[in-house]
Design a protein around this ligand. Structure first.
Ligand code: HEC
Ligand code: HEC
Length: 174
């Protein structure tokens, strides 16, 4: 009985001492120098040999492109077509609406903007939504610096390539 008690005290003490010795070694191995912290391969303190990744946005014209699947349910869809010449967007001037206005979208085979982008009255784009390219972005063929391991899932197949937020945003609220 006595012997057992001694071991009972000794074991945690031994583990504590080993941990105390091993901790600085472990910490030293984990440390990263400031120069290695960026994603780029060159120093973060010197731009001399640093070059941005060259990327050319897709050139397929609207009407000829193929829609991308959503990144996740109700994510802002990526723009599959070129937007060259359409980049200037103000509250009063928005070339995207030449095709994405619900009044004309069907005729030009474009997707109408959803109700979530409209003022409560339903006839005008709301102040948060007029600057389309703040959320919808054109795509370039560039190799990502870090592989994205995110996997998405959808509640139904339809939401893979179309939004349902205007119908579902009040789910569970009323
Ligand atoms: C000349 C008509 C036209 C103009 C202008 C236009 N689009 Fe499009 N857009 C389309 C068509 C048509 C599609 C469907 C894909 C296709 O056929 O190329 C589309 C697809 C999209 C999609 C994908 C929708 C989805 O459900 O996946 C987004 C997002 C989009 N456009 C955003 C924009 C934005 C932002 C602008 C302005 C910078 C713009 N579009 C200007 C015609 C147009
Ligand atoms: C603040 C971010 C934001 C802005 C700005 C914005 N959108 Fe969206 N858009 C979204 C999100 C998020 C969705 C998906 C959820 C939804 O339906 O609201 C979406 C969905 C869409 C869809 C797909 C609709 C469907 O039924 O599948 C189209 C087309 C679209 N937006 C076009 C536009 C155009 C054109 C503009 C500019 C007039 C614009 N968006 C501005 C965030 C934005």
């Amino acid at each position: 009985m006595k012997k057992q008690n001694r071991w009972h005290l000794l074991t945690p003490t031994v583990i504590f001492v080993i941990a105390l010795i091993a901790m600085p070694v472990w910490a030293a191995q984990k440390s990263v120098s400031e120069d290695d912290m960026g994603i780029r391969k060159t120093s973060l303190y010197d731009e001399t040999n640093t070059q941005g990744v060259k990327s050319t946005p897709g050139t397929t014209p609207a009407g000829k492109s193929k829609k991308y699947d959503r990144s996740f349910e109700n994510s802002p869809p990526l723009i599959p077509h070129s937007i060259e010449g359409l980049e200037t967007i103000t509250e009063g001037q928005n070339s995207c609406m030449n095709c994405h206005d619900p009044k004309v979208a069907q005729n030009v085979k474009a997707v109408p903007i959803p109700n979530t982008h409209l003022k409560d009255s339903g006839d005008k784009i709301d102040g948060n939504s007029y600057h389309c390219v703040q959320c919808h972005v054109v795509q370039s063929d560039v190799k990502p610096a870090i592989e994205n391991k995110f996997t998405n899932s959808f509640r139904n197949q339809k939401s893979r390539n179309s939004s349902n937020l205007s119908r579902t945003q009040k789910e569970g609220v009323d």
